[in-house]
Design a protein around this ligand. Sequence first.
Ligand SMILES: Cc1cc2nc3c(=O)[nH]c(=O)nc-3n(C[C@H](O)[C@H](O)[C@H](O)COP(=O)(O)O)c2cc1C
Length: 412
Amino acid sequence: MANTPSPFDPVSIGPITLRNRFIKSGANEAMCIDGKPTKALVKHHRNLAAGGVGMTTVAYMAVAKVGRTLPNQIWMRPEVIPDLKVLTQAVHDEGAAISAQITHGGSFVTGMKVRGRTISSSSGFNPAGMMKGNIFQRAMNEDDMARVEAEFVSAAQLAREGGFDAVELHMGHGYLLNQFISPLSNRRTDEYGGGAENRVRFPARVLAAVKRAVGEEMAVLAKINVADGVRRGATAEDGMVTARALEAAGADMLVLSGGRNVESTWFMFGSNMNRETISRVLKQQGDWMTSLMMKAAASTEPEVDFKPLYFMEYSRKIRAAVTMPLAYLGGARSLADAEQSLAEGFECVVMARPLIHDPALVNKLRSGELTKSGCDNCNACVAYIYHPAGTWCVHNPPNDLLSNTIPAAAVN
Ligand SMILES: Cc1cc2nc3c(=O)[nH]c(=O)nc-3n(C[C@H](O)[C@H](O)[C@H](O)COP(=O)(O)O)c2cc1C
């Protein structure tokens, strides 16, 4: 197509411009200690920036202490700013932009016990909380909503102060904002429940507040599900309604994903989890309970064969529903996949596993050294979010454990 840009062309997203259209997807690095980024996280994102991405995304930064899923997870508070600055400076020094994925787990709290009931869109039994005894959740009231909205705004402001160029509000995969969007968790009967327009009302309100607070200086992105991929879950038509509402709320770009952590991980990854590796890594950490739960969940999954660009059919529907910039995600593995994504009208292409496998992939695609990623979609990397040395591709040399125990800004 004559007008299709190259994936190596710059692109403007709201107030920022990226040097090219390749984005590293937010993928829990597990490189944090006591809620702060570690030196290992700095190295990880510096390598991605040096390897050519236009923007890298720091995953899974909780907007509040209650809002974390895992005990070491970064949570946004003023004392973390010096560490954030070291991280963002390292990426800027290599010429890339850096985005903060900000999130609240709501009832998806798998790694610690929360006092009282976890919050969510609706009250009731909380299957995701079984592992640590967070068995019941309660429906958020107006005070809770105002507090969570303020927490997202404050996290975005802290990200700005820490040097980030963009924030990505996590509205997919089963976290709090997705617990409103998805009919699997939202059983409300007020104006925040019922049809898809109502279910996206609170997430859109949070996004509009973030945009008002930081939108002049930062790009404000949201990661959404194109669909949940399971019966009674959000459909592609719901995804279209969600996208339209977030476009109206002022989002600068949507990152399109799918699936839910509890109900449909195979849909999220376009392939089955690596049960053996997950079970081995969890047992090494003494976490037999999580290992058993994961095994039980996996036994009900359909068998799925990986296909490149596995969300394309769904993502086309979202493309047709809005005019705003959209980022394609899901199984992009080659230069041809990136070019096709742009030819289909997406502004950027987002990758996780190929860049965990090889942080220099973008430079290698540009130089012609490679035409496609060497990632074989074994999904073993997912198991290593539970490992003390952090997320790792099993085809690479091991991660350095020591640098994952030292906060980014520590003088040592
Ligand atoms: C190890 C690992 C950890 C992940 N953690 C997150 C996360 O923290 N937040 C998120 O939005 N997605 C997470 N994901 C999902 C990816 O961002 C992405 O949506 C998915 O891997 C599909 O993209 P890919 O085919 O390019 O890998 C993770 C993926 C992997 C492999």
